[in-house]
Design a protein around this ligand. Structure first.
Ligand SMILES: *[C@@H]1O[C@H](CO)[C@@H](O)[C@H](O)[C@H]1NC(C)=O
Ligand SMILES: *[C@@H]1O[C@H](CO)[C@@H](O)[C@H](O)[C@H]1NC(C)=O
Length: 820
């Protein structure tokens, strides 16, 4: 029965209980929040605003995830308002029994940052229980000879409420013979005792009826009643008498069932049947009946079960001894249970915050640990230890509560998981202990940047590589997990043209393989540098750079190139003159060649392949210098030809050839005739012209002879007229097998000019446009100045071009035609 008036009392009043609680917990709860509520509050009644009392802002509540750890059946936290709500029936009598103070201790856990707060809710009693007597009536037998002042103990009434609401007083209805006295058992329970005021007279009144009322201290008070029926018996009987009113016994809690506790004896002065006393428990609670057995004949009390100090530390047994005349005597036995260290401490891990980020700062709470030891005194004093490598420690948070916090730097890459063992030991002798293990997983944080396996990379790539070939691979590692350790590669900088980069190289994002995008040419690009980046996918991402130098190695892909002597623009060769008086070792000329390759591939050597007269000249193997090997003699041919090979040092070597034309002469004039019989120029046009001119010359000479002869004949005919016919054979015999044209009737040409190439005519040489170091390739001989080529040809220094010669030829043909 719970009065509704009590329940409608406004809930959630936060009462300042600190002085009260401090005395209770001895100041061991420095950071505890206290509330006080009446028992039996309706579900969802507000106990108090926990968030506000902890100093949280309402807006932070979703992030802080404030919640109740332990005692979940009684309280919850409203996530929106932060109110602490009642979530189940709180019956003080059920939770705390007869304990004068009923406190519910629990933890409130908040995250971000993790913290634990201790909350104590004092459950106040309400007067929801009425005092109740076990029986509706109590039957007593009292000897008529009992002296006034004799006491008769009665069963107490029971009231589960505590404190002021518990049973306070007994009342007896007004009567002539009896008074009521309130007494207390050693364990503090009140019981009524009936006291005889006057002597009873059975003959006058052998039966009395009384009403006993028990009243509690509630407001309003509640009460229960029982009837007492008293029978007055004859005086012949003597009641039994206990040797003591109160016996005290101590008993160790670990005694096995059947252990004898005590044997009580009551004596009766009667004899025979009347002295046969029977013992029984009187007014005992169920606990006593459960644990103790009373031999009703001998009065020996034995245990029926293991006694547990932790359940009850003492029992009060009330015994009644009755003789056959129903006369009774009472005594009390207090059995004190002696605590043994029979309970190992219990360790409970209430909350584990796993996985824990590896960057959790020192002092981060990982778990909340609760210890309990049901023993009392030193046997129940528990201390906790954590076994580990010093990364963790226990912080005593309040009595029996520990926080397991980090005490070092965690690194998932080294230890991804911890098995933490917590051992609780009590201070009993011998101590008992128990332990529990927590598996703590460490969560990865992107705290490692990728690291390249080498500080920098250098690769050699032979030139002329196929485009698309892989030329290098960089690799980095990142010990972090998942995306935090997933690396991708890219090129972030280069000394190439940034726009051109993609046409040179690319890098595989996944593998770090560097690909050439084109064939490299050592002669164009000897080296380039790339800065490659390895980047993980964490948030924020971490990266590392490494430099990669690509050296394009030379291949012998270029043949030497001869710079001197060079063929002229028309393919003709130049010549060098050597004075005939040159001493041995005279530097004639030097073959100059280059090779764009490098190293051995460009290390040139010079070799004579062919010499028209071996032994005259020596060729410097490395220098290409042509020197005379001996003094020149008159018998040495004036023209010498040297075929020189220029070879590089590659594998295999490449080579080029050069032809040196050397002329022994003291001057150019002397040298030139020798030059005329050199091999015909390769130009077929010029060759044709040459023969044409030669033919014309011959014809002209013949013609001149013929004309001369004709004139001579005519002059002779004036003296001897028949001479014409004989000229012809002479002419023909003189001129060889050539056919002489018959122009006897024709008119002679008046005049003509003749221009011939210098094949046989030993006339004057006329060097046109001779520039130092170069020798004209085509020398023309003109016996008439009017036949000189146009001046612009001569001034530009270009040797005669073939069209000039052609022009000459046609002019000549015109004359020829005219002449015929
Ligand atoms: C932790 O315990 C588990 C299971 O008992 C075991 O597999 C693991 O190796 C232990 N780890 C360490 C670091 O001792
Ligand atoms: C890598 O190089 C890039 C480009 O030069 C630069 O922006 C970045 O800061 C570098 N990163 C590191 C980790 O050095």
């Amino acid at each position: 029965m719970r009065p509704s008036a009590e329940r409608s009392r406004p809930a959630g009043r936060r009462q300042v209980l600190v002085p009260f609680l401090l005395s209770l917990f001895g100041g061991a709860l420095p950071d505890q929040i206290h509330y006080s509520i009446p028992e039996e509050l309706a579900t969802n009644s507000v106990v108090g605003n926990l968030a506000k009392d902890l100093g949280f802002h309402v807006r932070d509540l979703p992030a802080r995830k404030l919640r109740v750890s332990g005692e979940k059946e009684y309280f919850t936290v409203n996530q929106e308002s932060g109110d602490l709500l009642v979530s189940g029936r709180i019956d003080r009598e059920q939770i705390c029994g007869k304990k004068p103070l009923c406190v519910l201790d629990f933890d409130a856990v908040a995250e971000n940052p993790l913290n634990i707060f201790h909350v104590a809710v004092l459950v106040q009693d309400i007067n929801d229980n009425t005092p109740v007597f076990k029986q509706n009536h109590i039957d007593l037998k009292i000897v008529e000879s009992s002296q006034p002042g004799s006491a008769f103990p009665l069963d107490p009434a029971l009231d589960s409420d505590a404190g002021p609401n518990s049973l306070q007083r007994y009342h007896l209805n007004d009567n002539e013979y009896f008074d009521l006295l309130e007494k207390q058992t050693p364990d503090g329970r009140k019981y009524p005792e009936l006291i005889l005021k006057h002597s009873l007279d059975r003959e006058e009144q052998n039966y009395h009826q009384l009403v006993l009322r028990a009243v509690d201290g509630g407001d309003p008070p509640q009460s229960g009643t029982t009837q007492i029926r008293i029978q007055v018996t004859d005086a012949n009987d003597n009641p039994p008498v206990f040797s003591q009113d109160l016996y005290r016994v101590s008993l160790r809690e670990d005694m096995p069932p059947g252990t004898s506790v005590l044997q009580v004896t009551a004596t009766d002065q009667d004899e025979g049947v009347n002295a046969e006393i029977t013992y029984s428990f009187h007014n005992v609670d169920e606990q006593v009946a459960h644990f103790f057995h009373l031999d009703e004949r001998t009065g020996e009390i034995t245990t029926k079960d293991y006694l547990d100090f932790e359940v009850a530390n003492s029992y009060t047994l009330r015994l009644e001894a009755k003789d056959p005349g129903d006369l009774a005597a009472h005594c009390s036995i207090q059995v004190d249970i002696v605590d043994e260290n029979d309970c190992a401490p219990e360790v409970t891990v209430t909350s584990v915050f796993s996985p824990l980020p590896e960057d959790a700062p020192r002092g981060t709470v990982i778990a909340l640990i609760k210890t309990r030891d049901r023993d009392s005194g030193e046997n129940g004093e528990v201390y906790c230890r954590v076994f580990g490598d010093g990364e963790f420690k226990l912080k005593s948070s309040s009595k029996n509560y520990y926080k397991l916090v980090t005490d070092g730097v965690l690194d998932r890459e080294q230890i991804p998981q911890y098995n933490i063992t917590i051992t609780a030991t009590d201070r009993g002798k011998p101590p008992l202990s128990s332990s529990t293990s927590i598996t703590l997983h460490i969560a990865d944080v992107n705290d490692n940047a990728p690291a390249f396996h080498e500080a920098s990379y250098v690769v050699h790539v032979a030139e002329n590589n196929p485009p698309g070939a892989s030329i290098a691979q960089v690799s980095a590692s990142d010990p972090d997990l998942g995306p935090n350790g997933h690396i991708s590669y890219s090129i972030v900088a280069t000394d190439l043209e940034p726009q051109a980069l993609s046409s040179y190289v690319s890098v595989s994002e996944q593998s770090g393989v560097v690909f050439a995008q084109r064939a490299f040419d050592h002669e164009q690009l000897r080296t380039f540098k790339l800065t490659l980046q390895a980047r993980d996918q964490g948030s924020p991402a971490l990266s590392a750079n490494v430099s990669l130098r690509v050296l394009v190695d030379d291949l012998n892909d270029n043949a030497p190139r001869v710079l001197y002597p060079m063929l002229g623009p028309d393919g003709s060769a130049l010549f060098d003159t050597v004075p005939r008086a040159a001493q041995p070792g005279y530097l004639v000329t030097k073959v100059v060649a280059v090779d764009p390759d490098s190293g051995h591939n460009a290390w040139l050597s010079y070799h004579v392949l062919q010499a028209s007269e071996p032994g005259i000249f020596s060729l410097g193997l490395r220098t290409g210098e042509v020197r005379t090997a001996r003094a020149l003699g008159d018998r040495d041919a004036a023209r010498q030809r040297l075929l020189v090979a220029v070879r590089d040092g590659g594998q295999p070597p490449l080579s080029a050839t050069a032809t040196l034309l050397l002329v022994f002469a003291d001057s150019l004039q002397e040298a030139l005739p020798d030059l005329s019989d050199r091999p015909a120029p390769s130009d077929p046009q010029a060759e044709l012209q040459f023969y044409l001119v030669l033919a014309l010359t011959l014809i002209s000479v013949l013609f001149l002879l013929a004309v001369t002869l004709a004139i001579a004949m005519r002059l002779r005919r004036s003296s001897s007229p028949a001479s014409w016919g004989c000229i012809q054979p002479r002419l023909s015999s003189k001129s060889g097998p050539g056919v002489l044209p018959n122009y006897s009737e024709g008119t002679l040409p008046h005049s003509y000019n003749l221009c011939i190439a210098s094949q046989s005519a030993k006339t004057e040489f006329n060097f046109l446009s001779v520039s130092p170091g170069s020798v004209p390739t085509q020398d023309l001989l003109c016996d008439d100045a009017s036949w000189a080529p146009s001046t612009n040809h001569g001034d530009t220094g270009v040797p005669f071009a073939s069209d000039t010669i052609l022009e000459v030829s046609f002019t000549y043909f015109d004359y020829f035609h005219f002449a015929f």
